[in-house]
Ligand binder design. Structure first.
Ligand code: ARG
Length: 474
């Protein structure tokens, strides 16, 4: 086997050992950064023309070669070899094969430290938008179900115990609110990450490539990094991205957990479409919510990626260190996990059938209208603590007889407390309970409708952000 052509060989007397290369070589998945590295190389070539380091015609030959390398990679015509240490080495090798010594001119004024930081930033800025679009697919699915179930009554839980009736749409949209914040976090992260590391030239800034503000603009950034050491040595933008994806993973996991419960034999709130459920190889009757379970499981990876990045950063001297190469595996794991999870969750939610009658029946099980009695008394001037006592007495009375609040006769109400007159009956329906909660953010159908409309306009805004982007996309 020929010895690897590493970019740093010149001062070494022997070739790198296979053990070193085995450890040092980038994982295969890192070569996905090639398209971003090529666009950045193209911007760097223009910078070198501006600085007078290469002739205009040479710059054009380099641009053409970079473009053809991009096409060939896409067509699967060229591949990294087992001796290419990383994506930058791979691309320089091909460029030199095609252009000879001219290819070697591109290394002036830059280092793999800035390239590595830049490539991943460009990748994440691009992918965060795709991720947002995938998440908006799930949001549309939630909104579609919510729209149909604004008037569907459901038992609302606290502590997983029956609490108060709610609109089923309200419960669904509670999840949509969290996901909407996840996308806002991505947008906010993107604003802070829109600074180009190019021009750092490993550490101190370049004496050759002297207008990093121009290459920054060409790559869709707001400007160059303020500090060349920070440009190559920081990864808080990766850690922050991974926090956003970990939080999204946790939010997905909480939705998954509910879907899993709702589709259980005990709940019977929803039925999953056959295309989004799995069976058992031994028990023919089974229909399992595997998508929900896998999503819950995969959220562990997302949390793990954040932990990896934070742990790799802790205690690093502040400049480039090889430890920083851990950023890619962590980031790719998060991106790949969500690219698989989000469309599956969206499809499962969009196609699930809601058992409206069953939800309505369960909406009043477990004395969920007890708060209505206490509220009714409070409206008549009874201190809430006393109203609570009286209502508790009613619940005990019903429990002893195995009946519900709605089964009590006028006389029985009056026996428990003479202030409970016949007019209380009109409050003791789940419809009345839900309609009464009509302040901003409440579960009353009209409020839920408005909530949905506001969410939809936010989705529209978020979609625009995800679609309009000046940086490189692949
Ligand atoms: N491939 C490396 C990374 O992913 C960049 C190489 C920088 N290496 C170096 N020895 N300075 O971070």
């Amino acid at each position: 086997m020929t010895a690897p052509k590493v970019l740093w060989a010149s001062r070494f007397r022997s070739d790198p050992s296979p053990e070193l290369m085995n450890l040092s070589r980038s994982e295969t998945s890192h070569f996905r950064l090639a398209p971003y590295d090529l666009v950045a190389s193209s911007a760097h070539a223009r910078e070198l023309v501006r600085s007078g380091l290469i002739e205009k015609a040479e710059g054009e030959r380099i641009q053409a070669a970079l473009a053809s390398i991009g096409t060939d990679i896409q067509a699967g015509a060229i591949h990294p070899s087992s001796t290419d240490e990383d994506v930058h080495t791979f691309l320089e090798r091909i460029l030199m094969e095609r252009l000879g010594p001219l290819g070697g001119k591109l290394r002036a004024g830059r280092s793999r430290n800035d390239q590595a930081a830049n490539d991943l930033k460009l990748y994440l800025r691009d992918r965060s938008r795709r991720m947002a679009l995938d998440l908006l697919g799930l949001q549309e699915a939630l909104a579609h179900q919510a729209e149909r179930h604004i008037f569907t009554l459901a038992p609302g839980f606290t502590h997983l115990q029956p609490a108060q009736p709610v609109s089923f749409a309200h419960q669904l949209l509670a999840h949509a609110q969290g996901f909407a914040r996840d996308i806002e976090r991505l947008r906010d992260w993107d604003r802070r990450s829109a600074r180009s590391p190019l021009g750092a030239a490993a550490l101190a800034g370049s004496a050759l490539a002297r207008q990093p503000e121009l290459s920054a603009r060409e790559l869709g950034y707001d400007g160059p990094c303020e500090n060349s050491i920070d440009a190559v040595g920081s990864r808080d933008h990766v850690a922050e991205f991974l926090f956003v994806t970990a939080m999204l993973g946790v939010n997905l996991s909480r939705l998954a957990e509910e879907i899993f419960l709702w589709s259980s034999r005990q709940f019977r709130w929803i039925e999953l479409d056959d295309a989004y459920a799995t069976g058992s190889s031994i028990m023919p009757q089974k229909k399992n919510a595997d998508i929900a379970e896998l999503t819950r499981g995969r959220s562990a990876r997302l949390i793990g990626s954040l932990t990896t990045m934070l742990t790799a950063l802790k205690g690093l001297p502040f400049a480039y260190n090889r430890d920083l190469a851990e950023d890619k595996r962590a980031a790719f794991e998060a991106v790949d996990t969500l690219a698989a999870v989000l469309p599956a969750m969206a499809g499962m939610v969009r196609t699930m059938r809601v058992n409206v009658e069953e939800l309505k029946r369960q909406a009043t099980e477990g004395f969920t209208l007890a708060t209505e009695v206490a509220d009714w008394l409070a409206r008549r001037g009874v201190p809430f603590s006393e109203a609570h006592e009286i209502t508790g007495g009613l619940v005990r009375y019903c429990e002893d007889r195995g009946i519900g609040l709605e089964d009590l006769s006028d006389e029985e109400f009056a026996t428990v407390d003479p202030r409970l007159d016949a007019s209380i009956k009109s409050c003791l329906t789940p419809e009345a309970a839900v309609t009464a909660r009509n302040a901003y953010g409440g579960t009353a159908p009209e409020r839920v409708n408005e909530q949905l409309a506001r969410l939809r306009s936010l989705f529209h805004d978020q979609r625009k952000w995800a679609i309009h982007y000046d940086g490189p996309r692949t």
